[in-house]
Design a protein around this ligand. Structure first.
Ligand code: AMP
Ligand code: MG
Length: 311
């Protein structure tokens, strides 16, 4: 038995070591007006959680359209103000997505969101005149892009550290990083629009990917039995009525996923399918108001019945 003790001890130490390696460092935080969850595995996981928290808080401060000290706030005061390279690049990319989506993604809707009361949570239905005046203001708001951008910037931090893998849930924007053990894919649930703890299906992705959902349940109010949600049709200045409840975009690039999920929601299923056929950088899953689920052929959706959109 005496001889067995060192052997048992070494097995115990080995087991502990394996367990430690496979335990994630986790953190829940509230920033960018949403709850976020970081789950990171690897030697430098503590450092990564710290660096990503700093990144998210910095991007929140820089891009919060309601703050006069943010980039959108400073542009309201002086349209010619100059920014650092990063801010200039983000603004430029947002303009490119506006062009690519024929205006369905419009990063100039701050005043319009404001007249609907989506920022102050003082919701009301504005008059057509109020909407028209707000549209003319043309004020920057990158709320539809920055969480996705944050995901891709977090990936850059992770790749500079000793990290095995990570799953970052940035308020409905999921960013995965690295491979799961055994090469198993990451599984990301697609939320049931009518049930905040239910899901309709699962999207499987491999390695580093961005899975971003825009949905009419994420921020809304109801009046006289009608739902008014936060994704605005830039043509009308009103919540988009495109026949969709949600669009999930699966993509390698976070900002692309975020901008496109918002734009595709505005377009509706038919235009979104045409847009997808003309593109080669994303897959998508759409939940329609009639309950149908549509998914592009390589979206990796399972666990539900759905119609396939093919090339
Ligand atoms: P998301 O949840 O990513 O779809 O972004 C929605 C947020 O983006 C809203 O809360 C607004 O701040 C802003 N937004 C609303 N409609 C649009 C639009 N058509 N294009 C770009 N940003 C929008
Ligand atoms: Mg978006």
């Amino acid at each position: 038995m005496k001889r067995m003790i060192p052997l048992l001890l070494s097995v115990f130490v080995l087991l502990c070591a394996c367990q430690k390696k496979d335990t994630a460092v986790q953190k829940t935080l509230f920033t960018m007006d949403t709850v976020m969850e970081l789950k990171i595995w690897g030697k430098d996981a503590d450092a990564a959680v710290g660096q990503i928290t700093t990144l998210l808080n910095r991007l929140d401060k820089t891009w919060n359209a309601s703050s006069d000290a943010s980039v959108p706030g400073m542009l309201r005061a002086d349209p010619d103000v100059q920014f650092d390279e990063e801010a200039a690049r983000v603004l430029q990319r947002a303009e490119e997505f506006r062009q690519r989506t024929d205006g369905a993604f419009n990063p100039h809707m701050h005043a319009v969101s404001q007249v609907w009361g989506f920022y102050e949570e003082e919701h009301h239905v504005p008059s057509p005149e109020q909407i028209a005046q707000a549209m003319e203001k043309d004020q920057w708001d990158l709320g539809a892009a920055i969480k996705g951008y944050a995901g891709q910037e977090a990936v850059k931090l992770l790749s500079d550290l000793d990290i095995d893998r990570a799953m970052l849930n940035l308020g409905g924007n999921v960013q995965t990083y690295g491979e799961k053990p055994g090469g198993a894919p990451w599984e990301i649930a697609i939320r049931d629009p009518d049930n905040d703890s239910g899901y309709v299906g699962i999207v499987k992705v491999e390695g580093t990917a961005s899975v971003v959902t825009s949905g009419d349940y994420q921020r809304f109010f109801e009046l006289d039995g009608k739902r008014y949600h936060h994704i605005l049709d830039p043509e009308t200045g009103c919540p988009a009525e495109s026949g969709l409840r949600s669009v999930t975009v699966i993509c390698r690039d976070g900002m692309t996923a975020d901008c496109l999920s918002t734009a595709l929601f505005v377009m509706g299923a038919e235009k979104a399918a045409v847009f997808w056929r003309e593109s080669d950088d994303f897959q998508m899953v759409m939940i329609l108001t009639d309950g149908r689920i549509l998914a592009t052929e390589n979206a990796g959706l399972s666990g539900c019945e759905f119609e396939v959109i093919s090339r």
